[in-house]
Each structure stands twice: as C-alpha cells, then as structure tokens.
Design a protein around this ligand. Structure first.
Ligand code: G6P
Length: 493
C-alpha cells in the first residue's frame, strides 16, 4: 500500500468512474455520507486511500453540491479524508440517455449474455458522447498540461481515452472494463463499432477481468477496425499508438474486511439478524443467503426456482431451512429492472404459499440497502451463500462471503459464469440455468461434513487473501509505471 503512494509521487493519479464512492444527502437537517451499492465503488476506495490522488465521478446525492468547495472538490472518506473527490454534474436528460439508455440499456446487455436484448437509440449515443466529453473536460482541468496517470473505470466511458489523448498526449491512460466483453459475433449488433473501438484504443493499457474477455476484445478489433492485432503479445497497434490488453481479476480489501468481521459491532449486528429472522426460536437449522443488486444478470429468479425445487425434492428440510434474499434496488428507471424486481417478488410469494407451514416461511426477500457491516454479519450466520449470475465479470459478493468466514465454515455455491469461479474453484460450481444443479448444490451444502467445509473455505480464503485488491491495483500500476512518463516541461522552455 505504501509502495503505491511512493511510486506515484510527483505524477498526478486521477481515477474516473461514473458512480461516486460517497454520496452526500440530507437526512432532515443533517448531512450524511453513504456508500452506494455495487462492487466497483467499494473495491476502488481502498486503492485511492492508499494512493491518494483524485477520484472524478458523477455527483448524485441531494446534498453533494453543498458538501464541496467552489471547484466541486470534497475530501473523502468522511471519517478519514485521504483523497479528493471531484464531482461532475450531468443533467437529467443526459443522465437518462447516457446512463440509463446507452450505458445500461445498450452496452450492459450487449456485454452480458443474459438474453435481454440491447437497445441502441441514436440519441442515447449522442448523449453518451456528450457525457464522455463533460468528463474529459473535468479530467483535463485536473491534469493541467502536465503528465498524469488517468485510470478510467468501466463501460460508461468508452470514448474518453481517445478524447483525452487527443487533447493532452502527455497523459498515460488506462481503463478497466469491469464487465465481460462479448464475443465478436455478439458485438456485431453494436451500431457505432468504429467509433467505440477507436475510442477504447486511445488507452495505453486496457484491462479486463479475464484472459477470455481480452481474447474476445482482440478478435472484435481484428474484425471491425483497421489495426494490427498481436495475439501473442496481447496488444493492438493503431495509427502508431499501442494499446496493451491485459487481464486483472479484481478483488476486495481482504484484511480490512476481516478486521471488520472480527469487530464487536458485527457481533451486535449478528444479534440483530438473529432477532429479526427469529433464528433462535423458529427451529431453523440452516440459513442460506443471496445478496445482489436487483439486476437481470444476477439470476435471482433462477436461484429461487432452484431453492423451490430443492424443497420439492427434499421434504425432510421443510421447516428447517430458510433462504434470505437481499435485493438492493438498482437502475429502477429501466423497464427490465422493474420487471425482474416484480418477478422476484411474485416468485417469493408463490414459493412461500406453496411450502409455508405454521410460522415457517421458506423465503424472506428484503428489498433494501444494507451496510457492508450488516452484510458481513449475515455472511457469518449463513450456512451457505448462493451466487447464480447468468453472466458476471467478476462478482465480489462471492469473495466477500469467503472473507467474512474467518471461522473457516460456510459453503459457497457459485455460478460457473462469473469471473470469480476461475479463482474460487473450491466453491460448489453450478450452471445457473440448470435449476436441478442449484437444488443439488443446496443439498450438498447442507449435507457437507465440517471437515470438508473447512478444507474448501480455507483454500478459498487463501486465494482471496493473496489476490486482494492491492494486488490488483499494484499489477495495474506497475504496468503503468513501465510507460515512459513524458516530460512535463513544454518544448520551448
Ligand atoms: C457494476 C458495474 C459498475 C457499477 C455497478 C453498480 O458493478 O460494473 O460500473 O457502478 O455495477 O451499478 P450502478 O449503475 O448503480 O453504478
């Protein structure tokens, strides 16, 4: 962590994402800072805390503007300010077309093979371009004419790398694509191929979660745009500029997570869960959990069908097992997100009506946000955790569950179609489309002997401990530091 800071000293480090790490909002008279849901913002925060620097992101809270200085800067995190957050303001229409439309109705379903068809409206693309331009202006203002490292996050900013390079060639630009990259055939549906690919090839370094996504990207380039693709060295040359394409599987701050899990507050939160779920007096022997943003890529209905099938196949567990599904509302302005949310609610009702007896209800669905600490407390109580994404770049819920279990107990059921499945091979891996496999894995989880649980959990924990978020950041930064940093003096000085 310290190394990162020292190595970057002298050269500005700017991180860019659409989602901000801290939201300021009004709670009556009081201004409170909260953390948004979703892996990206949570994962990157410790990196910024170690490296200092500036994080440029969209302001979203109703008090965001009031909490900043006149140049839109605020020091974060609130209890221990270690870096600067610069907010960018996007008006409502732009947000609708750039974020809801292009990013989340276009690129998100295009990149995830999850059977929701992407929608491409010309107006959304125009707004996407404009939003990228607004972020480019903010970044260029932060960097001045100097050299700086700019580290862009995700699919909201495909055009940004080229825009930055054109206006300040001294910038060293890297981007990390947190979601999958589709195969070249699926990518054919995208209407503005040349522009988006040219935008991305403005990067000096372009990172994906998996080697597989790198390969898909290289093939997409090869088929769609004039460039020289070197598959062996995993790079692309276009117009005399080279882009390195590399896998960097993202992770979590394992040590900080474990420290929290050990803390007395988590004990109190566990008590609270026990009380709320009535765990001590209800005769429940097994608790299963699922934690997701409500998103059609997460396979929440599939998981519930799997649990339903388990209850059908294993009547001896009725009354003894409970499944708690947490669904954090997300992107609710988009129709498909509302649809999946309604589908989940209906399904929970159907399953409960089918199997409930006395005071026992097999599924509890909590559609709300919980703090990381409350989630750790729930992890610690759960006999098994189920992640059944139909397609997922990484999935950090799986890694968080493992990190919470310092008691080396608990079973992870994990979709093969997540990036995390490559590292966490000691999970019970399932095809999320096969509800029979999900039901079978639940049965295996509740039957598994303690020794076996311990063996698997220990190996998974070692994996996450080693390949933690600092490892991820250090790998990216050490690649960046190999690029020659252009002199900050202008030529006629
Ligand atoms: C995924 C994306 C992130 C995004 C997060 C939450 O992890 O890769 O870029 O921030 O979901 O989604 P939201 O749309 O709320 O930012």
């Amino acid at each position: 962590q310290r190394l990162m800071h020292r190595e970057l000293q002298g050269v500005k480090f700017l991180v860019v994402s659409n989602r901000e790490p801290y939201v300021h909002s009004w709670k009556g008279e009081e201004m409170v800072a909260s953390r948004p849901a979703g892996g990206l913002a949570l994962a990157l925060d410790p990196v910024l805390q170690a490296a200092n620097g500036t994080w440029i992101a969209q302001g979203t809270g109703d008090a965001d503007r009031e909490s900043v200085d006149e140049h839109d800067h605020v020091a974060v995190p609130p209890d221990n300010p270690t870096y600067t957050l610069r907010r960018v303001w996007i008006d409502e229409q732009l947000q609708r077309e750039f974020y809801n439309g292009m990013a989340n109705e276009g690129l998100w379903p295009l990149c995830h093979a999850s059977f929701v068809r992407p929608t491409f409206r010309p107006r959304d693309w125009e707004s996407y371009r404009r939003a990228n331009q607004i972020f480019a202006d903010a970044i260029l203002e932060e960097a001045g004419d100097e050299a700086a490292f700019v580290f862009i996050q995700d699919y909201h900013f495909a055009l940004l790398p080229r825009m930055l390079k054109e206006r300040n060639p001294k910038l060293i630009v890297a981007q990390f694509w947190h979601i999958p990259w589709p195969n070249a055939e699926a990518f054919r549906a995208f209407p503005w191929k040349e522009e988006i690919l040219d935008g991305l090839l403005g990067n000096d370094l372009f990172g994906f979660q998996l080697r597989y996504h790198c390969t898909n990207f290289l093939e997409t380039i090869d088929r769609n745009i004039e460039a020289i693709v070197n598959n062996e060295q995993s790079n692309v040359q276009r117009g005399g500029h080279e882009t390195l394409v590399r896998p960097f599987p993202i992770s979590i701050d394992f040590d900080a997570h474990v420290r929290t899990a050990f803390g007395p507050e988590v004990q109190a939160d566990m008590e609270e869960w026990r009380r709320q779920l009535n765990l001590d007096s209800s005769g429940i022997e097994f608790l299963g959990i699922g934690i997701d943003r409500i998103d059609y890529t997460k396979g929440i209905p599939d998981r519930l069908h799997g649990f339903d099938y388990f209850l059908e196949q294993h009547p001896e567990y009725r009354g003894r097992i409970q499944f708690v599904q947490i669904g954090v509302p997300s992107r609710m302005q988009i129709e498909q997100y509302q649809a999946v949310s309604e589908e989940v609610e209906k399904l929970v009702d159907t399953i409960n009506t089918r199997w409930a007896t006395g005071s026992w209800k097999p599924v509890i669905f909590l559609k709300q946000y919980f703090t990381p600490r409350q989630l750790i407390a729930l992890h610690r109580l759960a006999h098994f955790c189920v992640v059944t994404s139909l397609h997922d770049g990484m999935n950090l819920v799986a890694k968080e569950y493992v990190a919470s279990r310092f008691d080396e107990d608990g079973v992870l059921i994990l979709s093969r179609f997540t990036g995390a499945a490559r590292e966490l091979s000691d999970a019970l891996l399932v095809n999320p489309f096969a509800i029979g496999e999900i039901a079978e894995a639940i049965a295996q989880a509740v039957h598994m002997k303690q020794e076996e649980r311990r063996k698997r959990m220990r190996r998974m924990r070692r994996e996450v401990e080693e390949n933690n978020i600092y490892h991820w950041a250090a790998n990216i930064l050490s690649q960046l530091l190999r690029f020659e940093i252009p002199s900050t003096q202008s030529e006629d000085e």
